[in-house]
Design a protein around this ligand. Sequence first.
Ligand SMILES: [Zn+2]
Length: 441
Amino acid sequence: MMFKRFTASLALLLALALLTNTGAARQGAAVIKPPETAAAINASDDVLKTVSRMRELEIKQPVKSAFKTRDEIEQSVIRDLDEDTSPAEFQASQKTLARLGLVPKDFQLRDYVVKLLREQVAGFYEPKTKEFYLAAWLPIAEQKKVMAHELVHALQDQHFNLRRFEKWPKGDADAELAAHALVEGEATLVMILYDLEQQGLGGVDITKLGSLTERLLDNDAETSDPSYPVLSAAPRVLRENLQFPYIYGAGFTQAILKKATWRGLNDVYTTLPASSEQIIHPEKYMAGEMPVKIDLPDLATAFGKGWKRADADVNGEFGYFVILSEFLPKSAARTAAAGWGGDRYGFYENPATGATALVQYTTWDTPGDAKEFFAAYSQRTEQRYKLKHDADTGTARRVYETSEGLASIEIRGQDVVMIEGAENREQLARLQERAWQSKKK
Ligand SMILES: [Zn+2]
């Protein structure tokens, strides 16, 4: 998705709100206690042995651990963000989100992400140093769950090399999100197993339980938690994106385990999930249903003088779910996004005038799926721009006059192209012509 880069930067953190949702000790999370450091460090050897047994991955080397204060965590967050994402890239993500109506126009994405992570980080594992860090203010009972989660990352790193996930090639954020969902989902699933065993429910067969994703989503619906003011006030897109790897990833790994053993799960690190679609629908991963790659050309010259492309990426099924669900009921958004086959977008700006525009090329599994998305995106567009008047054309192509330029949605067979922010009809016509020349692979 369009803001992948911030979650990628601290890929292996564990969000606090999610942690407290997986167990009973909700109220404990807000309590700030002095760290029982020595006891916790001593516990980490035992926790490592336990998760190694559960996950059936041998310990190749011991793992160092340390505590970090909120300030130290914030410094790590900022350092990782700066290493990973240039200010220009952050600006482009922020403007893309604003163009989609997912954050306010004056929203400061980078600052908010830092605040959000400062609040939400419960622990993280650093593949670079092979160490894991715990939030110093967590109560001991929570610390052990976080340890279990982070130590799964340590084992993953020893067996599957997590550093390869750190420098993901730019331009396919959806595949990157899917890879992170595998890593985070597995660590979350083992953490849940660990927690069950701690509660005396060690015999529970995780594959016999209902979908972990459904369960975690249900829990999440109840959280507008005053103990997490930054998360509670976050634009939905940030919250959804922060939680996706854990919530959907846990269900994905659970689904793999229903068909395979823990050893079988090792193979998923060789054939990585390729899209958020495969994470949401694990059966599509197992069937090898690959996303369609779209080669959308750079349209800067079609925009005209002064325009440049500031970003290009893939939104994925999950991205379109988030984009639609900002303006439509969740169930409608989920259904419309589910026929996703592939997409690519380009985000453009004219620095001299401050104008921005977005071109999206999407392809769908069937013409019926494309029609469904066309209708949903039209509805979303009317809501997004608060349009009083109907579109000026018919069933295959709509053009809206908005306060932020022209917006068009056009369907041809299985494909739908959306352009938002065109300055006039001539420019729009040029953009449409060029966008439809995109190649599919
Ligand atoms: Zn993690």
